[in-house]
Design a protein around this ligand. Structure first.
Ligand code: FAD
Length: 578
């Protein structure tokens, strides 16, 4: 089918929200509340596709229900974890507006756990006090997603479209005015005309072979933003979750499920020789409290493995054998039974854990309206970079998704510039529509799934928790070779062709992987989640944010001073004396 005779289905809206996780649903609700027409699109089912529904337990907000707290304390902890690289205005937004966001979820009936008439707040690593609300063991993310889904259905003017992959944004005179999408169920192209657009597509952990993510986290939003001319920030900071499940084989459990076990019961991380080792790497001894931040724990585990003291499958042992069975049952009763059915008796047996790609601190550069560099284009949630600097505190991501989503939705709704006519839009969209035209022959080469696996292995080996100049250059060369093998046209075509979707994913993954590798190569220091073997120390000269843009096939990297809050120290001093 040629482009000329291709007639895409048309959707017309005031605000297009791409991605229906916590951030996207929050944005759609907030934009809908203003009376605007909203189109909430997701490549999966609405509210069921991304990381939000997979989130486990902790949601951080300074509610002061368990102990007196203030968002400024939360901000101080967030900035400390971010190792000097947090955009302070964005981090403030997360901590200050996070309080309202989490209370909103409470009013909407999410069901935060309560005891003695107040919300229960748990202590999590890096927080100075119990600050994390939760619903129930392993059920927090599903409860948040369900609550937001209900509100989206109730929100006025929000149209929900699942199975819709946004392939590229459409620009008119430098402004985002809509998008081209592929409807997965029919294989048909769709042209969306939009007054403003919010990217809420989550993170990029699918770039790595070992990850905690779903198939939808290949970094689409970063690729959309790059191709639209927006800058990304600090793309080198990929968070690895230190204790992802490694062995024995466990089916039907979340790979990061051991985290709450450690919080509650103080599981011990041990090396091959049964020694606790986390304190060897400059961290405080953990004792009964699991306080080491994620970057530090990841570093410690991988260094033990590298020194030949890892567990048999290449990680560390996690032991609860010192915890009485009654305590295990009191904390995690039904899960203990499910583990027993899977052949794991925690009172007798240790399990093996290892770092796993989990969250992206970098992302699309935005201001405090959540506006990107491209007029009419906003971003929210994990797709945004900067709020968490070089390392994210546990519990900050859901708060960020909801708080930033609400604000991005309001900003996009207020933007309100009329997009061009459909005829103009069709002309602007022609190159992407041409890309989506079904192939004339049923090409099965290249093997796109195999190329994706190669990309993931490359990223894991050379752009993972430890990096070096040589390794990063090798990764860039391998990515270039993969790009050459992938070619410029899409194989496959027709309704529900999985090869076509894989090829679109690969197109994005190659671009985003290169942005991560190039940023990592340029930052010649170690800080937070970015550890360079050849530059092992933190270098204060690098207390800078790193931006990367892609124009006409060329990369542009730059540094910029970290955005500070002018009133931060004065306000914190005031808070301390209050
Ligand atoms: C296993 C796991 C456990 C976690 N536990 C916690 C926790 O306990 N506490 C915490 O704070 N954080 C946790 N996180 C992190 C947190 O869940 C995420 O950072 C947060 O939910 C991100 O929300 P989001 O809305 O930005 O993205 P997501 O929830 O990932 O949603 C993004 C959506 O965009 C859609 N999408 C992507 N590309 C396209 C496209 N091209 N077109 C259309 N749609 C698209 C996806 O299908 C998806 O539905 C966890 C993450 C994982 C993976």
């Amino acid at each position: 089918m040629s482009t000329e005779n291709q007639t895409p289905h048309i959707l017309d809206t005031d605000v297009l929200v791409i991605g229906a996780g916590g951030a996207g649903m929050s944005a759609a609700i907030a934009a809908g509340e203003t009376g605007r027409r909203v189109l909430l699109a997701d490549r999966s089912l609405i509210g069921r596709g991304g990381a939000t529904i997979m989130a486990q337990m902790t949601v951080a907000a300074a509610l002061g229900e368990q102990e007196p707290d203030h968002w400024r304390h939360h901000l101080r902890d967030t900035l400390a974890a971010g190792r000097g690289l947090c955009s302070e205005p964005l981090a403030r937004l997360l901590c200050e507006e996070g309080v309202d966001a989490i209370r909103r979820l409470d009013r909407w009936g999410v069901g935060w756990a309560r005891a003695d008439g107040h919300l229960t707040q748990a202590q999590a690593p890096g927080h100075d006090r119990p600050r994390c609300v939760y619903v129930d063991y392993l059920n927090t993310g599903p409860a948040v997603a369900k609550t937001l889904r209900t509100q989206v259905v109730r929100a006025p003017g929000v149209r929900r479209v699942g199975d819709l992959v946004i392939v590229d944004l459409v620009l008119h005179e430098g402004r985002a005015v809509g998008a081209v999408a592929l409807h997965l169920a029919s294989g048909e192209p769709v042209l969306v005309r939009a007054g403003a657009t919010v990217i809420a597509t989550g993170g990029l952990t699918r770039l790595y072979r070992r990850n905690s993510a779903s198939l939808n986290m290949g970094g689409d939003g970063f690729a959309l933003a790059l191709r639209a001319g927006a800058r990304l920030v600090d793309m080198e900071f990929v968070q690895f979750f230190p204790i992802g499940h490694l062995a024995p084989r466990l089916v039907g459990f979340d790979p990061i499920m051991w985290d709450p076990f450690r919080y509650k019961l103080g599981g011990r991380l041990l090396n091959r020789d049964g020694e606790e080792f986390v304190a060897r790497y400059g961290n405080a001894a953990e004792g009964q409290r699991y306080t080491t931040t994620r970057d530090a724990a990841t570093y410690a585990i991988l260094k033990e493995v590298e020194s030949g003291r890892g567990s048999p499958a290449g990680g560390a042992w996690l032991s609860f054998r010192h915890v009485p069975e009654a305590a295990l049952r009191a904390a995690f009763g039904p899960i203990i039974d499910r583990l027993a059915a899977a052949g794991i008796d925690l009172t007798q047996q240790m399990i093996e854990v290892a770092p796993i790609a989990h969250y992206h601190m970098g992302g699309i550069r935005v201001d405090t309206r959540l506006a990107t560099d491209v007029p009419g284009l906003y971003a929210a949630g994990e797709a945004v970079g900067g709020a968490n600097g070089a390392n994210r505190l546990s519990g900050n991501a859901i708060t960020e998704a909801v708080a930033f989503g609400l604000r991005a939705g309001r900003s996009a709704a207020a933007d309100g510039v009329a997009p061009p006519t459909l005829d103009v839009l069709r002309t602007l969209a022609a190159p992407v529509l041409a890309l989506l035209a079904p192939a004339t022959s049923v090409a099965r080469e290249p093997n796109v799934a195999a190329l994706i696996e190669d990309l993931q292995a490359t990223m894991q080996a050379h752009v993972g928790p430890f990096r070096s100049d040589a390794g990063l250059r090798q990764a860039l060369a391998m990515l270039a070779a993969l790009r050459a093998r992938a070619g410029a046209t899409l194989p496959g075509g027709g309704a529900q062709d999985p090869v076509r979707l894989d090829a679109l994913d690969l197109r994005n993954m190659l671009l985003v992987a290169e942005a991560v590798a190039r940023s990592a190569l340029a930052r010649t220091e170690s800080r937070g989640a970015h550890q360079r073997e050849d530059h092992p120390a933190q270098d204060e000269a690098w207390t800078l944010n790193h931006t990367i843009a892609w124009h006409d096939g060329r990369w542009a990297l730059a540094t910029q001073p970290v955005e500070r809050l002018a009133d931060l120290s004065a306000a914190q001093a005031e808070e301390a004396t209050a």
